[in-house]
Write a protein that binds this ligand. Sequence first.
Ligand code: ADP
Length: 274
Amino acid sequence: MAEECSHNCSECSENCGSREPQSFLEKPNELSKVKKVIGIVSGKGGVGKSLVTSLLAVIMERRGYNTAILDADITGPSIPKAFGINQKVEGTDTALFPAKSKMGTQIISTNMLLEKETDPVIWRGPVIAGVVKQFWTDVIWTDVDYMFVDMPPGTGDVPLTVFQSLPIDAVVVVSSPQKLVKMVVQKAINMAKMMKIPVLGLVENMSYFECPDCHKKHSIFGDSHIEDFAKEEGIEAVSKIPIDEKLSVACDTGMIELFDGDWIDNLADKIEKL
Ligand code: ADP
């Protein structure tokens, strides 16, 4: 501490132990109103993070809230397709407007910036991180009760930027039953803990397959140990989503808002109580 401490860090250049940690939080657009921000994270890609993001937004919209999805998975954006959104982003010189799904979820994604949805995003890390920040600072989000952020997979530069720049209230962690996935999911959980962001729940996607004829449940990717894992990590809410062809068809055909299932309603209850 400086010898004569004024207790006002903004007036002092001393880098002492009493200095408040610097905030990297970005300001939203002045016309935006967003009440709660929930990040959906996974240690690796392809485990169903975008699916869970979409399902949570749909459930909360069905419960009467205004929802939004900020697709921060810049190099693998799949949200617009799941909601059947093909339009390009619209805006003025100073702001961008999100697209609206059929049920009213506000959505922004890199796919809406690309000429063709098959165009690859070949941008370096800092550019990608900048785009995510702009989705928060330059987009006008109108009266959003719950914003869901489809985070980039892993624990690299871009997820770190999202954690630091957006006011994330809590995260939901998505995993699948394989052992390898558990190891990388642990990294994502540890990252959230290090950023002091509460982990609201754990979703085991592709948990089992239920035979449509005999209704027997088969553990295609091995037995689930998710309850034990959640207990070890002190995470209360656990949800399991089966492998269901109807879900992948709904994602592929832009019909995710019509999904039928109560697998993650327990998580939605927790989000409502945030
Ligand atoms: P991530 O966001 O983790 O990369 P996605 O949510 O995009 O993963 O899912 C990857 C693919 O797997 C998508 O085509 C999706 O439709 C499909 N998928 C995900 N979860 C399920 C499920 N439970 N049943 C059937 N298909 C699924």
